[in-house]
Design a protein around this ligand. Structure first.
Ligand code: HEM
Length: 480
């Protein structure tokens, strides 16, 4: 009997040793896997010493398919890969989920990070660069005002006025440069919303110096007399002075209870965190969408429509129909008509945002080691969220290079595969205004004109624009 107990005891002992080792092994393996996970960077190459892969990145960026740089590496390493561009080791993400995670992270995890020339010109207190509670405060104040019905009504009035004035001067025997016309109009509209300035000498002063200012945004980061960056900084100083004069006058005369522009909104901030310098700097930086993003959105919409007669016809029919209805009622279109009674026009704008990728990518820097979807991003590394690749991915959109506004008729715009305005805490506060201004221009354009577009092409770097400023020949419609 003792013998039997001995066998049972030894077997149980051996069995528990086996189990113990199996568990131990599993634990070690798990830990190994985990630590491998944490330390493993995305695949990819850092390229040459110092310059990394910048030359290939920039040469692709100048071509008509900037995403080729990404496509090649996606094929080899996957949707998220490491590279070295613009002087920093960078993780490039073309993965919508990873982008969403990063956009939604707060400043403890990721902060904005842009090339040096851009940060010098924007200034430390630019909303695009500040973080934490100050950014949330400024974003909240500006966002609430830009979304207000009062401002949308004002923008609609101004935009209609400037569009009509500009179109009244168009001649049938000379080309109209759509990019110039839209820049002119959108700049005036935005400057009015920011500092209540009407067209005139000061507006021309701002426009002149603004050109100088933005021409240095992607220049070499060398600042001494004679360099591009120096000239741009001088131009910004002159503009800041003008805005500061406005601020001083407002402070002297008492701050308005009902804000009429963004300066008023920031001046009325109860927390008194916002200095005059911060306000003035931000007013200049916020002129960029007026001179750049919004006009390019309108210009690209007209380019795509020129190449897609079916979309142009449907858009024209929709706008002519609403115009006739409003004429019969004897009332002009109001802001909500543009945004809700012209559904096909909105799909044209959405599709233009997808294909045009006016903001190609967003840059951040990791404040600590982060792990997302199995990818590890080390502290101090830059991340380029390449929106363009997500918007032109055939896994997300059928025939992605085809302009097809109809695809949005039964598609959700709020998914993470569509982020032309960014997301999270820094989601563009001007997105409604951009859509509104584009709708107003398109409405007046297609209801008053037919046109023929001359040959032109899109330049994608350093900012998106038309090579020849989009020349078209117009003919006034008689029936509308
Ligand atoms: C087609 C037009 C536009 C596009 C494509 C666009 C795109 C964007 C994107 C992608 C961001 C996020 C940047 C980031 O996460 O770092 C952004 C931020 C911003 N946009 Fe726009 N934008 C447009 C028009 C406008 C307009 C009309 C305004 C103002 C009137 C405006 C004001 C801003 C501001 C103030 C921010 C900074 C928000 C923050 O960091 O808290 N944008 N925009």
């Amino acid at each position: 009997m003792d013998h039997v107990w001995n066998i049972v005891f030894v077997t149980a002992f051996l069995f528990s040793i086996v189990i113990f080792y199996l568990l131990l092994f599993k634990n070690i393996r798990l830990r190994q896997l985990k630590s491998k996970h944490i330390t493993q960077l995305p695949l990819g190459t850092l390229g040459w010493p110092f310059i990394g892969e910048t030359i290939e990145f920039v040469s692709c960026a100048y071509s008509d398919r900037p995403e080729r740089f990404m496509d090649k590496r996606r094929g080899m390493y996957g949707k998220v890969f490491k590279s070295h561009i613009f002087g920093s080791p960078t993780i490039v993400s073309t993965d919508a989920d990873v982008n969403k995670f990063i956009l939604q992270s707060d400043a403890k995890v990721f902060v904005p990070s842009y090339p040096k020339s851009l940060t010098e010109l924007m200034g430390k207190s630019s909303i695009l660069l500040i973080n934490g509670s100050l950014q949330r405060r400024v974003h909240g104040l500006i966002g609430a005002f830009l979304k207000s019905q009062q401002l949308k009504a004002q923008i609609t009035r101004d935009m209609q006025k400037y569009v009509q004035e500009s179109m009244a001067n168009w001649r049938e025997d000379q080309p109209v440069y759509i990019q110039d016309e839209t820049k002119n109009i959108a700049f005036q509209v935005l400057v009015k919303a920011l500092i209540s300035l009407d067209p005139g000498e000061e507006m021309e002063f701002l426009r002149k110096h603004f050109q100088e200012f933005i021409s240095g945004l992607m220049s070499l980061p060398i600042n001494f007399p004679g360099t591009k960056l120096y000239q741009s900084l001088q131009a910004k100083k002159k503009m800041v002075k003008l805005v500061q004069r406005t601020i001083e006058t407002r402070r002297k005369n008492g701050i308005s209870k009902v804000p009429k522009d963004v300066v008023d909104v920031l001046l009325s901030d109860a927390s008194e965190q916002l200095t005059d310098d911060l306000i003035a700097d931000n007013m200049i930086d916020m002129m960029i969408p007026g001179e750049d993003s919004v006009p390019i959105l309108i210009t690209l919409a007209i380019k795509y429509l020129s190449e897609c007669p079916a979309a142009l016809q449907q858009l024209t029919e929709e706008n002519v129909k609403l115009k006739k209805l409003k004429d019969e009622l004897g009332e002009p279109l109001c802001w909500s008509d543009y945004l809700s009674l012209l559904p096909f026009t909105q799909t044209v704008i959405t599709e233009t945002l997808r294909m045009g990728n006016i903001i190609t990518g967003i840059m951040r820097k990791a404040k600590k080691d982060v792990e997302i979807k199995g990818y590890s991003i080390p502290k101090g590394w830059c991340v380029l969220l390449y929106l363009r690749s997500v918007h032109l991915d055939d896994k997300n959109y059928d025939l992605p290079y085809q302009f097809n506004p109809w695809r949005w008729q039964d598609k959700d715009m709020n998914g993470c595969n569509f982020t032309p305005f960014g997301g999270g805490q820094r989601l563009c506060p001007g997105l409604d205004l951009a859509r509104l201004e584009a709708s107003i221009f398109l409405h007046h354009f297609v209801t008053q004109f037919r046109w023929y577009a001359e040959e032109d092409s899109i330049v994608n770097f350093p900012t998106v624009r038309m090579k020849r400023r989009m020349p078209i020949f117009v003919m006034r419609r008689v029936e509308a």
